[in-house]
Design a protein around this ligand. Structure first.
Ligand code: GLC
Length: 443
């Protein structure tokens, strides 16, 4: 009896030691993720040929002028001969992006990697080469963390839904059918491939569509943690995961544990009563498109301006979040010039002002009218969107200020501080396009 107890205790201790080690790795990775702040999302597949959104044309055919058979046939023409994985990574670097997330499989089920478990894949297209493998190699060469978007919904798999019907009729999947467990096994096999043959994925980015409980997320969390203890998991497989993923919008307030991402601090009158403690904070990442579509679309000209995009990145950072900005590559395998231009502009801004973004967290003064604030240790970064004439007034700052300088250069700035009001004469400050940053050192 005693020995069984001792054995049990020993194995529990061993298990908890393992858990602690995994936890440490995880928190290291989570810190790396949080510090990175800015990533590149890539939505790419044969759908780029038709200038239609990824997968949605077959799920909601009314909105897009392409039939399901025509959509399915696109893979027979998909041949992005100009694709250069190194150029994608180089562009992300020039933009100042610190990680990338690539669609290995979207809801349509087409795989951009050489999976053994379906023929509906890139290596059976005219292109014939494994795109994910090339990206992994290029990313590794540049030490660029690469994550995998992997869609649990899969319109092509006969155990996910009855594929004799149109996707539009049953795209949510049919978990009540006896075949369903076979689909979950397929997911497991593919995730095993992605986790064992394609480096050390930075993150597995699920995208669950509505109710996600049907996937039994715990099984996949365990699988991922077992094979890759460092890999992070987002929140779209029915479990909270490592970070939450608001889409196409930036949350209003600073996300806290147990709160929805849009919750603003109850005392928030533009000034947080108290900055949240790190343990009250939940990690989050907003994903956003540069125009209105995830996939390449030659007709979508609704590009956000570089200024809007830089300020969106700042806004995310000022609330402690990450910004995952999407590109949809062309059917030839290039990134369209409008995207390159904007990404380069963000990168240029970051070259001067990067220290106010990377490795920062939410600033103690929130919801400023003229800009945003981030923080790193004792330094606060004031991002001024619209520079006032004469003097800048900041209220709500409790810490005592030691010195202030503009990241764009120049001498230390004069200032006065009375109570919670800081006054900075700004005449003569060299403004940078999109936002000028003042680094405020506090005591
Ligand atoms: C939405 C879209 C999906 C896209 C995703 C990215 O869920 O439906 O197509 O991949 O956003 O977050």
């Amino acid at each position: 009896m005693k020995s069984t107890f001792a054995l049990l205790t020993a194995s529990c201790l061993a298990a908890s030691a393992l858990l602690t080690a995994a936890d440490t790795h995880q928190s290291e990775r989570l810190k790396k993720f949080n510090d990175a702040k800015f990533g590149m999302f890539i939505h790419w597949g044969p759908y780029s040929l038709a200038s239609v959104e990824a997968s949605w044309p077959i799920m909601e055919p009314g909105t897009w002028a392409i039939s399901e058979p025509d959509y399915r046939a696109l893979r027979q023409r998909f041949n992005p001969t100009q694709f250069d994985a190194k150029a994608f990574v180089k562009l992300a670097k020039a933009a100042g992006q610190k990680y990338m997330v690539f669609t290995t499989k979207h809801h349509d089920g087409f795989c951009m990697f050489d999976t053994q478990y379906t023929d509906y894949k890139i290596t059976k297209s005219p292109y014939g080469k494994d795109i994910v493998a090339q990206l992994v190699e290029a990313a590794q060469a540049e030490k660029m963390p690469l994550g995998f978007y992997y869609s649990p919904p899969d319109m092509n798999h006969p155990a996910f839904r009855d594929t004799s019907k149109l996707s539009a009729t049953n795209w949510a999947g049919e978990p009540a059918r006896p075949e369903w467990p076979l689909y979950l096994d397929y997911m497991e096999l593919q995730l095993r491939e992605l986790l064992t043959r394609y480096g050390d994925p930075f993150v597995i980015w699920f995208d669950g569509l509505g109710t996600q409980q049907k996937y039994g997320g715990t099984r996949f969390h365990e699988l991922i943690h077992g094979l890759r203890p460092m890999t992070l998991i987002n929140d779209r497989i029915g479990l909270t995961g490592d970070f939450v993923t608001p889409e196409q919008r930036l949350p209003n307030g600073i996300p806290r544990k147990g709160a929805t991402v849009d919750t603003v601090d109850p005392n928030d009158k533009g000034v947080l009563a108290e900055a949240p403690k790190p343990e009250d904070f939940q990690t989050w990442e907003t994903c956003m498109t540069i125009n209105d579509t995830w996939a390449y679309n030659k007709n979508d000209k609704k590009f956000k301006s570089s200024t809007e995009l830089v300020r969106a990145l700042i806004d995310a950072a000022s609330k402690g979040g990450n910004f995952l900005l999407n590109v949809g590559p062309t059917p030839e395998g290039t990134i369209q010039p409008e995207f390159v231009e904007r990404l380069t502009a963000i990168g240029d801004w970051l070259k001067v002002n990067g220290e106010s973004i990377y490795g920062t967290t939410y600033g103690p003064v929130q919801a400023l009218k003229f800009g945003r604030m981030t923080a790193k240790g004792k330094t606060l970064y004031l991002h001024v969107f619209d520079m006032p004439a004469g003097t800048l007034e900041l209220t709500g700052l409790k810490a005592k200020v030691a010195s202030i300088k503009a990241l764009s250069g120049g001498a230390a700035l004069k200032f006065t501080q009375a109570g919670d009001k800081l006054t900075i004469p700004v005449t003569g400050i060299k403004a940078t396009p999109h936002a000028t940053v003042l680094a405020i050192t506090t005591l």
